[in-house]
Design a protein around this ligand. Structure first.
Ligand code: TYM
Length: 338
């Protein structure tokens, strides 16, 4: 089972990234054959950005993933821009991607409205590069949060269309969206997902945030005025806290509801969740602080990862070129004679 996932190096990583994705990456690294994790710096160039900051954030994201438990010996951890097969494949795949489908993508619509200056062609093309990320490795499983569902559908369609048009070449991947924690909500506005760009500052908890500040944010989380700890449509704030606590304790939301059945004080519950989240993130924060400034080590890890990634992606891209009739034919006679 080959696993692939990607994470953007923009902004500080938050509890949504941690619960919806990073914990899945860590779990997958011994199941994956191999598990491949990519810091998608090229995707981050599709909206306004600062080049020096992009490089720094890419290194920081790598450091955070290692601090969270990714072991570069047990998985392939690399930066997208270091492996040119991704960009080549994205061009090749663009010929089997309908423009209409790209135009309809929700993230494209939302992000293009949010752009104050240029709406780049790269923003429209974003899902094709993402399809290339996964398809270049013939990955079977893609662990992601709920907000990536549409992108997964598109890459599946692209792979299927390619195989129909040019013959069985690519693996059609499956998304792995967790049942619990796939959409961690903003603590202040629980109808929205937690996000560095779309969320509220007080409602967004960062993986590297100091424990006292994490507890404070949970204490001021928005809930209704009831006293039941249950997941109900009309209780998005409490439901969010239940799911977060279940993940942190390694149990189920049902178990949390059982434990807190009967009237409860929401204030106490919020404090409990905040303290347990802070405690579970504390070791990640400490390891991150040690690693963060060590750019030489991080770059070494990324360079070794890129080598492994390229060795996996190059033969797949060669097969795609061959199937599409691009460049000279692959087959050469044994012994190197023409
Ligand atoms: P990105 O960088 O926005 O997010 C990284 C991962 O975090 C998940 N996530 C969440 N999960 C639960 N609750 C939330 N509030 C929350 N916010 C974010 C995301 O679903 C994601 O899994 N397009 C991708 C990056 C990408 C990629 C890929 C992913 C590029 N190529 C190939 C998978 C495979 C993105 O922007 O993720």
């Amino acid at each position: 089972m080959r696993i692939f996932s990607g994470i953007q190096p923009t902004g500080r990583k938050h509890l949504g990234n941690y619960i919806g994705a990073i914990l899945q990456y860590v779990e997958g690294q011994d199941r994956g054959d191999p598990a491949i994790y990519c810091i998608v710096d090229l995707h981050a160039t599709t909206v306004g950005y600062d080049p020096a900051e992009l490089r720094r954030r890419s290194q920081e994201t790598a450091a955070l993933l290692v601090a969270a438990g990714l072991d570069p010996e047990r998985c392939v951890l690399f930066r997208q821009g270091d492996v040119p097969e991704h960009t080549e494949l994205s061009w090749l795949l663009s010929s089997v991607t309908p423009l209409g489908a790209l135009n309809r993508m929700h993230q494209f619509r939302d992000k293009s409205v949010a752009q104050r200056e240029l709406v780049s062609a790269g923003l429209l093309f974003y899902p094709v590069l993402m399809a290339a990320d996964v398809l270049a490795y013939r990955a079977h499983e893609v662990p992601v949060g709920e907000d990536q569902r549409e992108h997964i559908e598109l890459m599946r369609d692209v792979a299927e269309t390619f195989n129909k048009r040019f013959g069985e070449t690519l693996v059609v991947p499956e998304g792995n969206i967790p049942k619990v924690g796939a959409r961690v909500r903003d603590l202040q506005e629980p109808e929205r997902k937690m996000s560095t760009t779309g969320g509220t500052p007080k409602g967004t908890v960062y993986v590297d945030e100091d424990p006292a500040s994490i507890v404070k944010k949970f204490k001021s989380a928005q809930t209704d005025s009831g006293n039941e700890i249950v997941r109900r449509e009309d209780k998005p704030g409490i439901a969010n806290l239940i799911e977060i606590l279940a993940i942190v304790r390694g149990t189920t939301p049902e178990e949390i509801e059982r434990e807190y059945s009967g009237p409860q004080r929401y204030g106490d519950f919020k404090t409990t969740v905040g303290e347990e989240v802070a405690a579970s993130l504390a070791p990640v924060r400490e390891r991150y602080a040690e690693l963060q400034g060590d750019t030489a080590t991080i770059e070494d890890i990324l360079a070794a990862g890129a080598q492994k990634a390229q060795a996996l992606a190059a033969p797949v891209v060669a097969d795609v070129r061959e199937a599409m009739g691009v460049g000279p034919a692959l087959r050469r006679s044994v012994g190197g004679a023409a």
